[in-house]
Design a binder for this molecule. Structure first.
Ligand SMILES: N[C@@H]1[C@@H](O)[C@H](O)[C@@H](COP(=O)(O)O)O[C@@H]1O
Length: 249
């Protein structure tokens, strides 16, 4: 696990953009795993800016998002479909048919999970997975207790996760109670993982992750089972961490 320590959120986003652009520009074909939440927003803005200024192309990129709420129409402002269109897909040249998000509206949800997992595999797996982390250690929507070998599945969202995400909705009652998410196993099958952690509110979760105790009650700790994880974190997020030795400045 490589940890890149930077000053602040802006620098996290610049570093993440640099890593992503390196892969996007050098690969002949690339499968990106993408994340929602506030953390990657500025990274997406920088990717869009780069596309406008340097015409970096996404014609050869396929993307799979980590998760989606169950029951929100695709066009709902809070659906992750809308989030991704608004922050990234509407502004770059990725072909629409190469964009995949879990289907939160399927009649047969179990089948939708199986289909999503198959689609990822049919595209040769994810080359680079972008991740954020929840304060309780969730990755994607994999809440504490999720088996580390889980594939795409339906989850009941933790109250703490619904509360944290309520800021995007008019009230907590409107936050869906369920979501469809890539499993921890799906995430671990990615060839490379890039985890972005910003701010004081993630500092305890990051400190716990860097204790290196693997515990299913703390989903992000599964990342210790992966050989190629890069964490880009700012000073505020790293404030409880004494691991200066393993930190690249
Ligand atoms: N499903 C998403 C996660 O993929 C994200 O990593 C997490 C953290 O969000 P934020 O980046 O807003 O702190 O929130 C949501 O629950």
């Amino acid at each position: 696990m490589q940890i890149i320590r930077v000053e602040d959120y802006e620098d996290i986003s610049k570093k993440a953009t640099e890593i992503l652009l390196d892969r996007i520009r050098t690969a002949e074909k690339l499968v990106l795993g993408l994340a929602t939440g506030s953390t990657p927003v500025l990274t997406y803005q920088y990717l869009v800016k780069d596309h406008q200024e340097n015409q970096t192309s996404y014609q050869h990129v396929t993307s799979f998002n980590l998760d989606e709420y169950i029951g929100l129409p695709v066009e709902d402002p809070n659906s992750y479909h809308t989030f991704m269109d608004h922050h990234l897909f509407n502004h770059i040249d990725i072909p629409r048919e190469q964009i995949f998000l879990p289907n939160g509206l399927a009649d047969n949800q179990q089948q939708a999970c199986i289909d999503y997992e198959k689609q990822i595999q049919n595209h040769g797996g994810i080359d680079l997975q972008l991740l954020g982390i929840g304060s309780n250690g969730h990755i994607g929507f994999n809440e504490p207790g999720t088996p580390f070998d889980s594939a795409t599945h339906i989850v009941d969202l933790a109250e703490s996760t619904r509360k944290a995400n309520a800021r995007f909705f008019d009230s907590i009652e409107e936050v869906p109670k369920q979501a469809i998410t890539m499993g921890i196993g799906s995430i671990l099958r990615s060839k490379e993982i890039l985890l972005l952690v910003s701010g004081e509110k993630k500092s305890k979760a990051l400190a716990r992750l860097l204790e290196k105790q693997v515990d299913s009650q703390f989903p992000a700790s599964a990342l210790h089972h992966h050989a190629h994880v890069t964490i880009v974190a700012d000073k505020a997020a790293l404030q409880y961490t004494n691991e200066k030795s393993s930190v690249t400045q």
